[in-house]
Design a protein around this ligand. Sequence first.
Ligand code: GCU
Length: 564
Amino acid sequence: MLRPKSNSMRMVLCLDGIWTLKVNNEERPIAVPGSWNEQYQDLCYEEGPLVYSTDFFVPEKFVDKHIRLYFGAVNTDCVIFINGEKVKENHIGYLPFEVDITGKVRKGKNELKVVVENHLKMGGFPSKIPEEGTHTVGFLGSFPAANFDFFPYGGIIRPVMMEFTEHSRIVDVWVDTSESNMEEKLGKVKVKVMVSEEAMGEEMKITFGGIEKKVKLINTHLEEEFTLRDVKFWSPKVPHLYPLKLEIMEKDEYELEIGIRVISWDEKRLYLNGKPIFLKGFGKHEEFPVLGQGTFYPLMVKDFNLLKWINANSFRTSHYPYSEEWLDLADRLGVLVIDEAPHVGITRHHYNTKTQNLAVENLKRIIDRDKNHPSVIMWSVANEPESNYPEADKFFKMLYKTAKNLDRTRPVVMVSMMDTPDERTRDVALRHFDIICVNRYYGWYVHQGRIEEGLKALEKDLDELYKRHKKPIFITEFGADAIAGFHYDPPQMFSEEYQAELIKKTVELLMRKDYIIGAHPWAFADFKTPQNVRRPILNHKGVFTRDRQPKLSAHVLRKLWSNS
Ligand code: GCU
């Protein structure tokens, strides 16, 4: 699926702005994109159904075009109506969907209505805490009953666009640069294109790296290869992008920015363009006060500015796909991204065919959306599932194979909290994945208040983990809560000093291990969670506060990472 883009052949109507929200038959303004929860006090815990509506106008000359309605994401279940006619249902949050509304709009004023529900469901993604209280995050009695540690925001959280094109049009593009040769500085670029049936017989022109190829369209799928000499490989230091332009003469055009880079790995290291790379960065969230979750441009610019300030080179889109604009900026600024599916809070109750099919659909959608971004270096299929249950093996083997079949050019991972030295946590699914990603909270959830003891246990755990898997290990989460402004000497849990010392000493340990490929303290910034006895309004493990001010640990990490 291509994101709508304005150009000389495509017209895009952006529908973002202030819409109308009907709540129990009372109408009120609502901002799109954004979550409803923090725009109104009485909607903070609302799960819907809520009815969004807005008018849009279509000039006569556009009425007969091919018309595509595109939602960046709606959380979570929604039904779409155009002028009262139901045109689509969608039941996956955090990911885009499109509706072909050709012939369904009239000249002048039209009405778009979106009915949204955001009920937490057992077996849904993300998941509700199972009734009997079994959960993976140990938050008995959370409200809302989320089986994960972030607030379940609802709403039209990403941009809404309407795109007008000719019926003869480009439908999708897939670019593969994985066979490039670093030694010979040779960029080998495969371009696969899908066009509409109406384009048969037309001529396509593909321009890339100064090379132009013309092809007569004889079926809806075509593939062309380009070889570039003396190529500039994409990397954090040199995030060079090459324009790729596709044209169906006089009918359509679409342009992408392509980074030529190769990701590889062996039993100890991760390589970018043949050189070992160590992932310095964070797990984070895509949320902010009042805005909730969604596409917020100033927040993106600020967070990338801070990632560069702190000398990070990567982040994980924990625990769901972020707006695609995050990946545009990561491509442009040279930041590596672990792209995570919205599969958090998975329990033994998820290990069934219906839920597996939904998870497979999610994976297909995230890979379809993000496949051409050079910044995406890894697909994460889940965060912290209950993967010590026998059924988890089949469930995650299927997800691994699905992702691999769709994209053999990137490592596929699952982030586990399991597989510690405690036999009861043996992870039955982790072995299927290319790189071993684990979350470990020594010195916080275990060995509380005893950092040195925790570090010894961490080292023992990781050495055993490596012996078992003989694959590169990525510590995707570790850290401590620090309430900004809380200080204590000697360092004490919840103080900024304790967080800074735990993070510093853990990073120093991890950087000494030749099989560790990355260390991501949890988390980039404080964030809102459901209410429970462990969360004073927010999760305070951020190295930045929720409004992006640095704690002591941010200064410590900046120094530590400046020399590596
Ligand atoms: C888990 C989980 C995070 C959570 C963190 C914590 O590892 O992946 O989503 O916020 O622990 O407890 O702070």
